[in-house]
Design a protein around this ligand. Structure first.
Ligand SMILES: [Mg+2]
Length: 123
């Protein structure tokens, strides 16, 4: 059964790029989109999400809070979550990992970087 990836970003263009990269990497997954953390949390809680790829800066609920909220739930304790950051400073990465991020991608990331990191969680 194919896995479902929740792609969260307030930029529709960015969501499109992420989804295209996933497709071009050859992963046979379903994708679901959300435009901010608040919407993403609702979608996640409905179940069936296997992987989350989230932007950091978003209105309503940012990616960091989204990760913390997902990790608080029974459903979200172990789901792989990728944080997409605009700057990959050690401080930012550490903050994301402490919040519960599985891995991170620094914008602009290559299709290859996404592929390598996703391959570790999509089997
Ligand atoms: Mg954003």
């Amino acid at each position: 059964m194919s896995k479902t990836v929740l792609v969260v970003d307030d930029s529709a263009m960015m969501r499109k790029i992420v989804i295209r990269n996933i497709d071009e990497a050859g992963f046979k997954v379903k994708t679901v989109e959300a435009e901010d953390g608040a919407v993403a949390l609702k979608v996640f809680m409905q179940g069936g999400i296997d992987i989350v790829i989230s932007d950091w800066n978003m209105p309503n609920m940012n990616g960091l809070t989204l990760i913390k909220e997902i990790r608080k739930t029974e459903l979200g304790k172990t789901v792989p979550i990728f944080m997409v950051t605009t700057e990959g400073s050690a401080e930012n990465v550490k903050e994301a990992v402490l919040a519960g991020a599985t891995n991170y991608l620094v914008k602009p990331f290559t299709a290859e970087a996404l592929k390598t990191k996703l391959a570790k969680v999509i089997t």
